[in-house]
Design a protein around this ligand. Structure first.
Ligand code: MG
Length: 161
């Protein structure tokens, strides 16, 4: 039976930080504030994967109070979550994420974000979908205060349960 997990993440956008999304440094005058590189795409997908396997969440594994994860590359954290999901007896079927932000426009970067994510998860490119939406000027993603991402992941137990 297929199992599904859901993930969400949001970070403030501030000056003096790089904007890293799906492992791509996106040129922009502000970046996401966080303990790690604050990659909302990686974090939402990681939580979706962990959720599908009922393995807790990203914050359990990589607490933002732990100096080891300061400035961490979130694609490495994502790989570590995929390893944990597989070690728990699941194959990863697919992931699908939506980034919500008004600016910058992300279309030119989506393919690279998918490629990086697929590599980090050891999945085929056609098993990784990433989309970008604006919130039409509404709320913290619309007025530029922040960026958010939602993701779902499906996994299949290797042996019947
Ligand atoms: Mg995060």
């Amino acid at each position: 039976m297929i199992r599904v997990g859901h993930g969400f993440d949001a970070h403030r956008l501030v000056e003096g930080r790089a904007l890293v999304l799906g492992g791509v440094v996106v040129p922009f005058e502000r970046g996401a504030l966080g303990h790690s590189d604050a990659d909302v795409v990686a974090h939402a997908i990681a939580d979706a994967l962990l959720g599908a396997a009922a393995l807790g969440d990203l914050g359990d594994r990589f607490p933002d109070t732990d100096p080891r994860w300061e400035g961490a590359n979130s694609m490495d954290l994502l790989t570590s979550c995929a390893v944990a999901v597989r070690a728990a007896g699941f194959d990863i079927a697919n992931v699908d994420a939506t980034v919500v932000v008004e600016r910058p426009k992300l279309a030119p970067f989506i393919t690279r974000m998918r490629e990086n994510t697929a590599r980090s998860l050891a999945l085929a490119l056609d098993c990784v979908s990433i989309k970008a939406k604006s919130s039409e000027g509404m709320g913290y993603t619309g007025d530029g205060r922040g960026i958010a991402a939602y993701a779902v992941a499906s996994v299949v137990p290797r042996a019947p349960r």
